[in-house]
Design a protein around this ligand. Structure first.
Ligand code: TYM
Length: 337
């Protein structure tokens, strides 16, 4: 018998990463790892947020280089560029176009409350530009352009996601349904990987202390050394508890890389010291990153392949984005020709 029911549209997932320096283990466990697993079951778009990067001053040659490297890293995750859409944000002009429209549906007060804006304007006090302030509306445009259902991010992006939902609901409320209201997808473990030197602050690409963060392209020797010097506590007992920030962070990392629960980890290291535990965590991270690093070595020097994938990604993303942009402009009342 013929089956006439149209196949249900797969849920759509979108996430982007800024091309500022080599990403860290935090980016990997908070974001990349979820992207990788979601690409099997969802209709996915992943991109390099190069437009976001210029909210702080960038050296042109470095921006170009880092954007290409970040794109190669995305392909290295094992994302299939024929199945998922892997794109560079600046190659899809609709992002900036929708951002302007959404700026007019975002309140000054709500944008002023964004923690990241407050932090970055303190850090770059000599360049508090309008782009830095409008950063979350550009992020909302990234998400809403594609009618995304889920947005896998680390916990630090939750506030931007909430703002995106508010903007979508406000626009839909004024003009009728135009945008899918997205859900954040924040993994349990790995949502906030902390610095190895100060486990009360987030592991960050821009940390000046090289021992604080693990880069995705660190060698096995560097990774081992960094974990061996990770800050812990004096209790010498591997257990997850309040006040044990260093050990909690290492347990979360180990859990993400091995799939073991905290209880299993506590049993595995019962009666053992932190030295053994740190080596085991480092080994699990080395294994976790090995395939990605091998792929990266292949892709980064293959300019023709990278360009081909970028062109394909831009073309597919732009086609989808234009549909939403047309709909949105029509609803606002722009004259169409
Ligand atoms: P970015 O480039 O700072 O980080 C990329 C992703 O990595 C996550 N992340 C972490 N997760 C756990 N622990 C950490 N220490 C850690 N550090 C970073 C971030 O939460 C993020 O998911 N504004 C975004 C980029 C962006 C975006 C978007 C994301 C632009 N448009 C649309 C989603 C959807 C940012 O600056 O992420």
């Amino acid at each position: 018998m013929e089956n006439n029911t149209a196949p249900e549209r797969k849920k759509r997932v979108l996430s982007l990463i800024q091309p500022t320096a080599v990403p860290t283990l935090g980016n990997h466990l908070g974001a990349f790892k979820n992207w990788q697993s979601m690409s099997e079951d969802y209709d996915c778009l992943f991109g390099v947020a190069d437009l976001h990067a210029i909210t702080v001053r960038q050296e042109p040659a470095a921006l170009r280089k880092q954007s290409t490297e970040m794109y190669a890293l995305l392909l290295s995750l094992g994302l299939d560029p024929d199945k998922s859409i892997v794109f560079m944000q600046s190659h899809v002009p609709q992002h900036a176009q929708l951002c302007w429209l959404l700026n007019c549906y975002t309140q000054f007060g709500e944008a002023s409350r964004m923690t990241q804006f407050k932090e970055k304007s303190q850090k770059h006090a000599d360049n508090i530009n309008l782009g830095l302030f409008a950063y979350p509306t550009l992020m909302a445009a990234d998400i809403l352009l594609y009618q995304s259902d889920f947005v896998p991010v680390g916990a630090d992006q939750k506030q931007h996601l909430e703002l995106t939902r508010n903007i979508a609901e406000r626009f839909n409320g004024v003009h009728g349904k135009c945008f899918t209201v997205p859900e954040p997808f924040i993994g349990k473990a790995g949502a906030r990987v902390m610095s190895l030197q100060d486990p009360t602050s987030k592991m960050s690409k821009s940390d000046p202390n090289p021992k604080a963060s693990v880069s995705l392209l660190d060698t096995p020797e560097q990774i081992m050394k960094k974990f061996k010097s990770a800050v812990t506590d004096s209790e010498a007992c591997v257990r997850y508890a309040d006040g044990k920030d260093g050990i909690n962070n290492l347990m979360s990392i180990y859990s993400c890389c091995t799939g073991k629960s905290y209880e299993e980890i506590e049993n595995e290291f019962a009666g053992k010291g932190y030295g053994d535990f740190k080596v085991a965590v480092a080994e699990s991270v080395i294994e976790e990153l090995r395939p990605l690093q091998e792929n990266y070595k292949r892709f980064i020097n293959d300019t023709a392949y990278l360009n081909e994938c970028m062109a394909k990604g831009a073309e597919k993303a732009s086609r989808l984005a234009q549909r939403t942009l047309d709909k949105c402009m029509k609803k606002i009342g722009f004259k169409q020709i």
